[in-house]
Each structure stands twice: as C-alpha cells, then as structure tokens.
Design a binder for this molecule. Sequence first.
Ligand SMILES: [Cu+2]
Length: 248
Amino acid sequence: MGGFPGCLWRHRLASSGEQVEWGAQLSTLAKKVLGVGSAVVVLGVLIGLYVASWATSQPNTIVASAAPPPSGGTQLTLETVAAIGPKYEPSHPDWVSYLVRKDNKWIHSTIYSVPANSVVHVTLYQYDGDSGLRNPFLSQVQGTVGETETVDGKTINSIPPEEASHTFVIPQLGVFVPLPGVPEEAKNQCEFAPCEGAAHRTITFSFRTGKKGRYRWQCFVPCAAGYIDGFGGPMQTLGYMDGFINVV
Ligand SMILES: [Cu+2]
C-alpha cells in the first residue's frame, strides 16, 4: 500500500492535467466559436451596410399624378438643372440633373411609374443652358402625340441642334424629345436645384405607353460638364441624366 499515496498523487496529477488539458481544449473551442461568431456578425453588418447603401442609392419611384380633366391620362412634371446643389446631393453638388415634382415638392429621382396603355403628359422646366447635340438627328421630335412638343407655348417638331440642352429619350418607345436650353445671355440663371423663379424654358409633350414593362430613358446630350466628352459622371449615374419608366 506504500505506493498508494504516490499513485493517488499521480492520479490526481493526471486528472488535474486532464482537466487542464480539457479546460484548454474548451477554451480553444470557445475561442474558435467566438471567432467564427464575431466574423459572422461583422460580415452580416457589412452586408447590411452594403444593401442599405445600395437601396438608398436607388432613387425612389415616383408615381405620375392623374392629369386634370378633360385630357385624362397622367401627368409628370420634371425639371432639368445645371447643378443639383448641396441640398440634394452633398457628394455631387455640381452634377447636372433631372428632378421630378410630387405633392408640390421637387424630388431627386428619375424613376417614374405610369399606367400601361395610357397617355402621359409631361411638363418640363428647363433651367439649364445649351450644350449642343453631336447628332442632329436627335433635334427632331419623334414618337410624341402629334410628333410635336411645345416650347414656351409654341408648337414645334424640331429645334436647332446647337440649342439642345438635354434630351428626354425612351428608345424602346421611340420617344425622342430635344430640350432647348436657356440662352446664355438670360438674366437670373439658376445656380442650384430647385430652381423656381429662375430663367427657364417651359416644354410640354405627351406620349403613349404600351404594354407593361421597365423602360430605360436617358439624355443623349453630352451635358456632363467636367467629364471627358461630357459623357461621364451624371451621364452614367442613375438618378441624374437617365432613369426608368415603369409601365404598370
Ligand atoms: Cu443631359
């Protein structure tokens, strides 16, 4: 029995060693679980932030209002501005842009929703000056009701190409509307959106929608000041010089 205490001692040692080892294993496992867990949380937060920034970078869809009788159809009221301004876009205050009016407010969006097989009446306030068209073909009004537009009350079917400031074009619907700019010498030019009260041209036109679908629309005038050939920045970013017409 002389060996008993030693044996017990050894046993104790062994068992406490196992405990230490088991404890060490447990803490390694806990560390791993904790590590994986926090990596998952960090990844989740990053995905959340990415989705949130993507979702908020998409302009809101603006539903066209009912047009006043007797015309029927719906009404879209738009404006173009030479610079969106810090109030709307602190990150790109000097970008040229379209805006849309809803409930007496100018909203920075280029995504509109209109009914299928209907007439859409557009009133557009042009606050920007002219850049000129590279392709004079686009100075012809096409695909609107009557193949015309009105500029400051005058019905016309084309504009001088050098006067173009922007175009409103829905290629899939064959709608091409050239928008003449505010003359350079005009007083009270608008600096930043919204531009109410500043020098402008008032343009109206109507177009018919067909079947349901998502149609891209865009400006074809190289109007992006400060970008190579005028086609960068706001010409390539949804919400400025292009957008979608959701026909629903
Ligand atoms: Cu433009």
